[in-house]
Design a binder for this molecule. Structure first.
Ligand code: 13P
Length: 252
């Protein structure tokens, strides 16, 4: 049985003081509502320490949105997995489409980060997904295959328990357009089958696959009802208690 895993990617929102205040309110509301999903928030780097402090003892995971592919060195402006771990951060989002498109991150580069994160004992939420042009051009499966095989290259079967996949169709991110539950489920099923082919059916069966792209209070139930959708990676709607609470309590 795969436990629902709901995550909030704050992107470049929330100063440390705002983030800490919001995190405390969210934890309180989640507890009062009896939320029992696996929960994660990913604040910007500088906001992480304040949020870690605010969420101590709540069981809510605090993740990073990115990291460098080196442990230390002359990489001005970058943050290493060692620094994150020293803070107490054990999960990192890698390969988000905003990083792929705005910062030109390649599958090869993402793969180096995935391997380093695993080597450092961290859990990874690996984002994959196609653009509208790719979908309309019939390239969905090809794109997902390239991303999965490229990003997970040399990841050992025993390390797959540290990997969560987030299927985030680029055209659904921040646009208010959500993939239909059927379309999302079929992409998830493809990802699961691909992982079964690359690893084993056991590993694929246990793999958590989140859907991301304009998830909100009104579409979360239908998405989560699908067989292959195990969670959500939420952007905009994770930035207020009012919008995020119904998502983390979708099953109530
Ligand atoms: P939105 O929920 O704002 O569409 O963002 C999704 C996303 O990119 C989460 O990583």
């Amino acid at each position: 049985m795969r436990k629902a895993y709901i995550a909030g990617n704050w992107k470049m929102n929330m100063t440390p003081s705002k983030g800490a205040r919001f995190a405390s309110e969210l934890a309180k509301a989640a507890k009062e509502a009896g939320a029992d999903v696996k929960m994660m928030v990913a604040p910007p780097f500088v906001t992480i320490p304040a949020v870690l402090e605010a969420l101590k003892g709540t069981g809510i995971i605090v993740a990073a949105q990115n990291m460098n592919d080196h442990v230390s060195g002359a990489y001005t402006g970058e943050v290493s997995p060692e620094m994150l771990k020293d803070l107490g951060v054990e999960t990192v989002i890698l390969g988000h489409s905003e990083r792929r498109s705005y910062y030109k991150e390649s599958d090869e580069f993402i793969n180096r980060k995935v391997l380093l994160a695993i080597e450092q004992g961290m859990d990874v939420v690996l984002c994959v997904g196609e653009t509208l042009e790719e979908r309309e051009g019939g390239k969905l499966e090809e794109v997902l295959t390239t991303q999965l095989t490229g990003d997970l290259k040399d990841v050992k079967p025993e390390d797959m328990k540290h990997i969560t996949i987030a299927y985030e169709p680029v055209w659904a991110i921040g646009t208010g357009k959500t993939a239909t539950p059927e379309d999302a489920d079929s992409a998830h099923a493809f990802i699961r089958a691909k992982v079964a082919e690359m690893y084993s059916s056991d590993i694929a069966e246990n793999l958590i696959i989140q859907y991301g792209g304009s998830v909100n209070a009104s579409n979360v139930k239908a998405l989560m009802a699908k067989e292959n959708i195990d969670g959500a990676l939420v952007g905009g709607a994770s930035l207020s208690v009012e919008k995020f609470l119904p998502i983390i309590t979708y099953d109530k």
